[in-house]
Design a protein around this ligand. Structure first.
Ligand code: SF4
Length: 360
C-alpha cells in the first residue's frame, strides 16, 4: 500500500518544496549543519543561524579548527550546546579519517558523534540519493496516519517497523526528494493535533486515517509511566566470617530470591543499631556505605547501606535471617543484581536470577 504514495508525493514535492538555504546545493556539510540545528529549532528560526554559521565556518575543516569560544558564540540562541560540541568532535573525526569529506555511507555517518539514524538518513539520501529513510517524529506521524496504526510511536519497536516499511519504498532514484517531501508534508499539511489539511494532501487517496476519520486520534504517543521511587537501608551484617541473608516473599518483585536484610526508608545509624538490638543482636561496629540505586522497569530503588559487625551468634539464626559463610551463600542463597553495589563489600558473587524475576 505504501508503495503507491511514492510518485504522487514526489510530484507534490516538485510543485510545493520549500526554498531553504541548505537546499540550494547538495552539500553534505550544509545538510548536516541544518539537520543538527533543526533538531530543537523551527525552520524559520534556524534559517538566519544557518546562514551566519555557514559564512563563518564554510567547511568541515573550518568547523574542526574553530576555537570553542567562537563556536559557542555562533550557536548562541540555539541552545543545547552539546549539539555543536558533538558536531565539532565529528568534524575532527572526518578530518582525520575521511580527509575532510563526510562519508557517503549512512552506517559510517552514524558512527560519528551526534549523528543518529535520522540525521544519517537525511544526509545520505539528500546528498547522494542513497535509498535510506530519514524517520523523525513528523514522518512517524504521517506513517501512523497513512496506515491507521494505533501503536505507540514512542516505542522503539514501532519506530523500527516504520523505518523498515519506509526503507522498502525508497526509490532507486529520488529518495532524497522523497525524504524531503515527507519533511515538507509533515510541516505543512500532515500537522499534529487534528489540524491536518487532508483536502489538499496528495496522499489522501491512500490514507487510512483520512478515510476512516481517525486523524484527531493518530498518532498514539503514550507518555512513559514515571518510575515509583522506593527508599531502603541495606544492612550487611557480619557475625565473624558469616553474613546475614533473608529470603524475599514468594510474590512480587524478585520473588523468592535472597537479599541483605533491609529497612524501608533511609535510616540513621542509631536507628539501625536500635533495630538490630530489637532483633536480639549485639552490634559491635557500624560503618556507613556508599548510596546506590537500582532501576527496574517501573520502580527505582534508592538505597543507603551500612556494614555492621555483631557479636557471634551460637546457632547462626536471628528471626528469619540466616547467617552463612560466603561459599554457602553463593551456592544456596542467590542474590539479585539489585544488590550489586553492596556485594563488593563482602566479595560475594551475584546469584543466578533463580525462581524470581530480576525485573518487575
Ligand atoms: S490525508 Fe491527511 S492524515 Fe493522511 S497523510 Fe495526508 S494530511 Fe496526513
Amino acid at each position: 500500500m505504501l508503495k503507491t504514495i511514492v510518485q504522487p508525493l514526489l510530484a507534490w514535492y516538485e510543485e510545493n518544496k520549500r526554498e531553504l538555504p541548505w537546499r540550494k546545493e547538495k552539500n553534505p556539510y550544509y545538510i548536516w549543519v541544518s539537520e543538527i540545528m533543526l533538531q530543537q529549532t523551527r525552520v524559520e528560526a534556524a534559517r538566519p543561524y544557518f546562514e551566519r554559521f555557514i559564512v563563518q565556518l564554510p567547511t568541515v575543516e573550518a568547523l574542526a579548527k574553530c576555537p570553542e569560544e567562537r563556536l559557542l558564540k555562533l550557536w548562541e540562541g540555539l541552545g543545547y550546546y552539546n549539539r555543536v560540541r558533538n558536531m565539532q568532535k565529528a568534524a575532527r573525526c572526518v578530518m582525520e579519517e575521511y580527509d575532510g569529506r563526510l562519508p557517503a555511507d549512512a552506517a559510517a555517518l552514524k558512527r560519528l558523534p551526534g549523528i543518529g539514524d535520522y540525521t544519517a538518513g537525511a544526509i545520505a539520501s539528500i546528498t547522494w540519493d542513497l535509498p535510506v529513510p530519514a524517520v523523525d517524529g513528523n514522518v512517524l506521524r504521517i506513517w501512523a496516519r497513512l496506515t491507521a496504526s494505533y501503536d505507540d510511536i514512542l516505542r522503539q519497536s514501532v519506530k523500527q517497523r516504520a523505518v523498515k516499511e519506509l526503507a522498502a519504498i525508497m526509490p532507486k532514484e529520488g529518495s532524497g526528494n522523497l525524504n524531503q517531501a515527507f519533511m515538507d508534508l509533515g510541516s505543512s499539511l500532515c500537522v499534529p493535533k487534528g489540524q491536518a489539511g487532508c483536502e489538499r494532501c496528495p496522499l489522501a487517496f491512500a490514507c487510512e486515517a483520512c478515510k476512516k476519520g481517525l486523524i484527531a486520534e493518530l498518532p498514539v504517543r503514550k507518555k512513559p509511566v514515571p518510575r515509583r521511587l522506593e527508599a531502603y537501608t541495606v544492612l550487611i551484617i557480619r557475625d565473624g566470617s558469616r553474613v546475614a541473608f533473608r529470603r524475599r516473599s514468594g510474590e512480587g518483585l524478585l520473588a523468592g530470591l535472597y537479599e541483605f536484610p533491609n529497612l524501608q526508608g533511609h535510616a540513621a545509624g542509631e536507628d539501625v543499631l536500635a533495630f538490630l538490638r530489637e532483633q536480639g543482636l549485639e552490634p559491635l561496629y557500624i560503618e556507613r556505605l556508599e548510596p546506590a540505586k537500582h532501576i527496574f522497569s517501573h520502580i527505582e530503588w534508592r538505597m543507603e547501606g551500612y556494614l555492621v559487625r555483631v557479636a557471634a551468634l551460637e546457632d547462626g539464626q536471628a528471626g528469619d535471617w540466616i547467617f552463612a559463610d560466603i561459599q554457602t551463600a553463593e551456592r544456596e542463597y542467590p542474590l539479585p543484581a539489585a544488590f550489586s553495589a553492596y556485594t563488593s563489600y563482602i566479595n560475594i558473587r551475584l546469584g543466578p536470577a533463580g525462581p524470581g524475576k530480576e525485573d518487575d
